[in-house]
Design a protein around this ligand. Structure first.
Ligand code: SF4
Length: 430
């Protein structure tokens, strides 16, 4: 079967889509790089974190079905988990697969009757047990690998629908994830990104996240380990020491979703920290690990957010060592505590205005950070070439472009002199 996989949403969804691809390839199916007339099955790995994310997924479903009316459509991921039945209306040949069974997508596809129009929903309850995933890779690969180590969350933040869609926090079997990493590195991967919903609370028996980093660090051929987004308050001193250690493979980069600079809003959100602790932590980390890359997510328009609360977020972004922020708007989600705070919703236009102001601050902070990199020599892990040259990322997750290289830089880590700030990326020379 020829299968196209389209991924929406977070890094964990990307990790899971890669798992689907490897599972299907190991059974002899072919993965198409783009949707075309020869595709038998399109899998859409969906997202439902915001209303906007949902509507983008639905748009993808419509586009696929309009252009390829005979394709078998598989919808999996968070939208399939949240609201499976209305998805049947999108197509006459459709399989809707909830999150509990998504890792068995290859089984379900092979079992599905391909000969006729049929629709099916597979929606089972999500368990609480730790998990293992088979490593099914049987071809060379390269670059960065999102390694799934954790799933679900118990924190119960007031705005967040993720615990409902992905279940309670659970961790991947320690030996199983190390084996998976080792196979991918042996096949060519240079960087592993530890991925989950709440990776900081990883635990399998006595093993925690620092143990995962230490064990992966011993894999020969692996150059870098990176943490994906990690919750404030879950990053132990041991991890910071690993990051500060010049011998460690753990890169100097932290993305912590702080969400708001206002204590009042953090409390309403059910976040587990006050903003003074965040300021202290960011300043301490910047001192302990000079040059560390620091990013965050900030939500705009949580119910009841006043102008003063918004200013607190702006002060945090402007005044702290944070170098950029992903800004997103509050989106009411059914089944969350914040959904009931309807009376305090912030006007949509005002949310748009505040978001633009914060984005401008983030762009300027990031520009300043890039400016500080100019003149330095950094190691860059290069990816497949684009039209303008070879692009890649430094340890600090700065994008670097090398134009006109006579050499094939794909999947190489090379020292690059950073010569020019282009606003969102840097130009470099080998
Ligand atoms: S920590 Fe909060 S925001 Fe993050 S996934 Fe868990 S409940 Fe959602």
């Amino acid at each position: 079967m020829r299968v196209y996989i389209h991924t929406h949403g977070c890094r964990l969804n990307a990790a899971e889509s890669r798992f689907f691809a490897e599972a299907l390839e190991s059974r002899g199916h072919e993965i198409a790089r783009a949707m075309d007339g020869a595709v038998d099955c399109a899998i859409v790995n969906s997202c439902a974190v915001t209303a906007q994310a949902e509507s983008k997924c639905k748009q993808t479903l419509r586009q696929i079905v309009r252009a390829h009316p005979d394709v078998l459509l598989v919808v999996t991921g968070c939208l399939a988990e949240k609201n499976p039945h209305p998805l049947l209306d999108f197509h006459r040949r459709i399989l809707v697969l909830g999150n509990a069974e998504k890792h068995r997508v290859a089984d379900y596809l092979e079992r599905h009757d391909m000969s006729k129009n049929s629709s099916e929903i597979v929606h089972k309850s999500i368990g609480n047990a730790s998990f293992s995933l088979p490593c099914l890779l049987d071809r060379p690969c390269s670059g960065r690998y999102n390694l799934k180590i954790q799933e679900g969350c118990d924190f119960g933040c007031a705005y967040c629908i993720i615990p409902r869609l992905r279940g309670r926090a659970r961790s991947r079997d320690f030996r199983n994830l190390v084996e998976d990493a080792a196979v991918h590195v042996a096949r060519g991967v240079k960087e592993i990104i530890l991925t989950g919903i709440n990776v900081g609370i990883y635990r399998d028996g006595s093993k925690n996240l620092a143990d995962v980093i230490a064990e992966l660090g011993a894999i020969p051929g692996l150059a870098r380990i990176r943490l994906s987004s990690i919750e404030f308050g879950t990053i132990g001193d041991e991890i910071l020491s690993q990051m500060a250690d010049p011998e460690s493979k753990l890169v100097k980069y932290l993305h912590m979703p702080i969400q708001s600079g206002s204590d009042r809003i953090l409390l309403l959100m059910g976040r587990r920290y006050g903003i003074a602790a965040v300021w202290r932590y960011l300043e301490g980390v910047a001192k302990k690990i000079p040059g560390i890359g620091l990013g965050t997510d900030l939500m705009v328009g949580f119910p009841g957010e006043s102008e003063r609360d918004f200013e607190c977020s702006m002060e945090l972004l402007e005044g702290s060592p944070l170098q950029y922020a992903h800004i997103f708007s509050y989106s009411p989600r059914d089944g969350t505590a914040a959904r009931a705070m309807e009376a305090q919703w912030v006007d949509r236009r005002e949310i748009g205005r505040r978001s633009e102001v914060l984005r401008a601050v983030s762009r300027e902070k990031h520009r300043q950070f890039l400016e500080q990199q100019v003149g330095k020599c950094e190691k860059v892990l290069f990816e497949d070439p684009g039209k303008s040259g070879f692009g890649g990322f430094t340890e600090h997750y700065v994008k670097v472009l090398v134009k006109n290289s006579a050499e094939d830089l794909r999947n190489q880590i090379r020292k690059v002199r950073l010569v020019e700030n282009c606003g969102t990326f840097l130009l470099g020379e080998l």
